[in-house]
Design a protein around this ligand. Structure first.
Ligand code: ZN
Length: 281
């Protein structure tokens, strides 16, 4: 199933996507996506029934899609998690998982424009597989982790490289407003296939910049969930950016940063695509 948060005007609504073209609204089942996820065991048969026989439909082309979880409780992202990306940065393969946060206010819709911040010369892209937590928990084992994932999205871990690199801590450079676009919908984990064997690509103005496969993750998603949940309780709707492959703009020769007018498209096999126009703040 594919679940969206969308708006027809001012208010955000949730819905299930039918045939990639139509949304059946689910507002009577839960007030927002996090509540729907938290109540999924009870809501799921009702959502399935509505997807098969919708009472009301909205043409997806007439709606604006928001990030499926517009304000996650937590957004964590892992650094240096594909070998070719480690190599292009000149860093060592990490022996421990390198985690940073992205601010809740950095969340952006899958087709909304992304800001090149005032004064920035170093805005960069990072296509990533994004996981959305379903059942929460603490001390989740690698073997149990799959049962705690609600579904998957495509994300762009947009990065201010100068801010990222000038201190040991990445989070400020990863947290500018609009710099966490993800979506376009949550593909529920039962229909996403083997998420450790998905093609992942990023295009800038139609030119392929990143192309890899999630099988090349250094720490896979189950290891990531086990690590994070040793430290903290994971909750429904928490979001994990699982790392980016090689091909980022900072590593190009010459280094090629994003500029106003650029269009960045991110794809993961089976999950759709997101696309952002970059604009000056
Ligand atoms: Zn990243």
């Amino acid at each position: 199933m594919k679940l969206v948060t969308f708006t027809r005007g001012q208010t955000a609504e949730i819905g299930v996507v039918i045939n990639d073209t139509t949304i059946a609204p689910l507002g009577h089942l839960a007030p927002d996506m996090i509540a729907l996820i938290a109540n999924w065991d009870i809501a799921r048969p009702k959502v399935e029934a509505l997807a098969a026989a919708p009472e009301e439909t909205v043409d997806i082309a007439s709606a604006r899609l928001l990030a499926p979880v517009p304000r996650p409780g937590k957004i964590f992202a892992i650094g240096l998690n594909y070998a070719d990306h480690v190599a292009e940065t000149g860093m060592q393969t990490p022996s421990n998982q390198i985690w940073f946060t992205k601010a809740g206010t950095s969340v952006n819709g899958p087709y909304d424009s992304v800001q090149i911040p005032r004064g920035s010369m170093m805005t960069d892209y990072e296509v990533e597989l994004v996981a959305v937590i379903g059942k929460g928990g603490r001390h989740i084992s690698k073997d149990d982790a799959t049962a705690h994932v609600f579904g998957y999205c495509i994300g762009n871990d947009v990065t201010e490289r100068a801010w990222q690199m000038r201190t040991p801590q990445f989070s400020l450079g990863k947290s500018f407003d609009t710099h966490a676009p993800f979506g376009p919908w949550i593909t529920t984990s039962d229909t996403a296939g083997n998420i450790h064997n998905l093609g992942i690509r990023c295009f800038v103005n139609g030119e392929e910049r990143q192309s890899s496969n999630t099988r090349h993750l250094i720490f896979n998603l189950w290891e990531q969930i086990a690590e994070l949940s040793q430290a903290m309780t994971l909750e429904p709707g928490d979001v994990i950016f699982t790392g980016t492959p090689g091909g980022v703009g900072m590593a190009m020769k010459p280094m090629t940063m994003l500029k106003a007018g650029d269009v960045v498209r991110c794809e993961v096999d089976g999950l759709g695509h997101i696309e952002s126009s970059f604009v000056a703040e």
